[in-house]
Ligand binder design. Structure first.
Ligand code: HEM
Length: 456
């Protein structure tokens, strides 16, 4: 029985009754798609091949010597939970449209990718998502990238050693165009955070039964069909069993000093005092710094970070419609749009991102998010989110404004904010907060099945 990508029941991956095609799918799928892989330390390499035979040989060797399957990863997670046994590092590969051409696939062949946006590449989509012109991107991303290699692990030494080894194995004809390194940041509670200091990575579409079982589900169903992230790999030996995923990579620089200043200005303009001042930032993100959803509570605090909520009882007087998590997941509709986010923060901090230090102690650049997300369709998931929701000031209701965190484009529309949580009294219309996240470059990739890579 072919793998059912539309079934919303979570995958019982180690069940004895799993059908043969689904088993084969897991043996041939790269990890980190269905379930996030540990990547506290992450190295990201951007490669250009230039020679068909050598490019193929390199990828084949990488796949057979250093890459594991999604099933192996799931087994490692299970063994770690049961016996504390550490898993092996993650090595993942994505290939751009230009990369497929360079590996010898014809124009006709590449049309087998259903996603038009992937076939265009990110540089040709800047108008649609209001990205900066390509000549303002960092040099690496201005070039024609053929592949991305992701190396992730809990230990920096493991990542460093693998990075060395993989670079050493690149053929003469290939070039390392550039690289990034990411490292996780955590708050004192141990939750992963991003540079503005907020808990990140909490809300995800979940595909695997073990993960779904752990979540409370009174209000929000965290289980999603595989179609949110998987498509048949058109070039694999057996696309019925061999799947891949579209990966969006964007380097997003964060001006933390500016954002922290804007939080203060917004709190001042609304007359918020004391602990209530934290509500200003929460209105921009949709969660307090500790992850508490603003739609559920007027103040931070109170146990593990909840994801079991909707905005159904919130007309924008608790969490504004523009709040980042409300824009990017309105929850009452658009489930098919949700991507599996697998990004990592980059850049060194000498301050503590979660504390209340004044804005002038914060970095104004060189730090940010290596945004990565797996999609079943880039055009109807990542691009839709960025264009139709984040960049659209009239999404859901007229004049709600851009997504204050990631919105791009002219923020001319004036907006209002609830002065008191849950009460209808609104502020006078005021200018939107300025853009503090800048896209520095990126690319669209397809993360192929291991079967494709091993057969190159
Ligand atoms: C959630 C920050 C970029 C889509 C979140 C959360 C934070 C955050 C703090 C809440 C944690 C959670 O619910 O998991 C940021 C920052 C970004 C960024 C600082 C840039 C520097 C993006 C981009 C997109 C995106 C580019 C997509 C176009 C989402 C989605 C969620 C989310 C879908 C989950 C919403 C939910 O399910 O409730 N982000 N984000 N983010 N973000 Fe972002």
């Amino acid at each position: 029985m072919p793998v059912d990508l539309t079934n919303a029941l979570p995958l019982a991956w180690d069940s004895a009754t799993l059908n043969a095609d689904t088993k084969a799918m897991l043996d041939n799928l790269q990890p980190n798609i269905l379930r996030a892989h540990v990547r506290e330390h992450l190295s990201v390499l951007f490669i250009r091949f230039n020679d068909v035979a050598e490019g193929k040989a390199f990828l084949r060797h990488l796949a057979t010597t250093k890459m594991k399957s999604a099933r192996k990863h799931l087994e490692e997670v299970r063994d770690f939970a049961a016996r504390g046994r550490r898993g092996t590092p993650y090595v993942g590969v994505g290939i751009s449209k230009a990369g497929y051409r360079d590996l010898g696939h014809s124009v006709e062949d590449v049309r087998k990718f259903g996603d038009k946006v992937f076939r265009d590449g990110m540089k040709r989509r800047i108008a649609e998502v209001d990205d900066p012109p390509v000549d303002q991107w960092e040099r690496t991303y201005q070039r024609e990238i053929h592949a991305v290699i992701l190396i992730g692990d809990a230990e920096p030494e493991t990542v460093a050693a693998l990075r060395e080894e993989i670079i050493g194995e690149l053929p003469e004809s290939a070039r390392l165009l550039g690289e990034e390194s990411g490292q996780g940041m955590r708050n004192p509670a141990g939750d992963g955070i991003e540079h503005f200091g907020y808990v990140d990575g909490r809300s995800q579409p979940l595909f695997v039964k073990d993960e779904v079982d752990k979540e409370p589900k009174k209000h929000w169903d965290p289980a999603f069909p595989l179609s949110n992230v998987l498509v048949p790999d058109p070039f694999a030996p057996n696309p019925v069993r061999h799947h891949g995923s579209y990966l969006v990579f964007r380097k997003l620089e964060q001006n933390v000093r500016a954002f922290k200043g804007l939080e203060q200005e917004l709190a001042d303009s609304l007359g918020l005092a004391g602990a209530d001042r934290d509500r200003a930032g929460a209105m921009l993100v949709g969660r307090f710094k500790d992850g508490t959803p603003l739609t559920s509570k007027p103040k931070a605090g109170g146990g593990p970070v909840s994801n079991d909520f909707t905005f159904d009882a919130d007309d924008g007087t608790k969490c504004p419609f523009s709040g980042h998590i409300r824009k990017t997941n309105p929850r009452s509709f658009g489930r098919e749009v949700l991507m599996a986010r697998r990004g990592q923060t980059y850049g060194e901090r000498t301050d503590e991102p979660w504390d209340d230090s004044p804005p002038e102690h914060r970095p104004s650049g060189e730090v940010g998010l290596l945004f990565m997300a797996f999609n079943g369709s880039l055009v109807s998931q990542f691009e839709f989110t960025q264009q139709q929701w984040a960049n659209n000031p009239d999404f859901q209701n007229p004049a709600t404004g851009h997504d204050p965190v990631i919105g791009q484009g002219d923020r001319a529309v004036k907006v209002t904010y609830p002065k008191v949580w849950g009460k209808p009294e609104l502020s006078v219309p005021q200018a939107q907060v300025a853009q503090t996240v800048t896209m520095k470059g990126g690319e669209y990739f397809f993360v192929p099945s291991l079967a494709y890579l091993r057969n190159l």
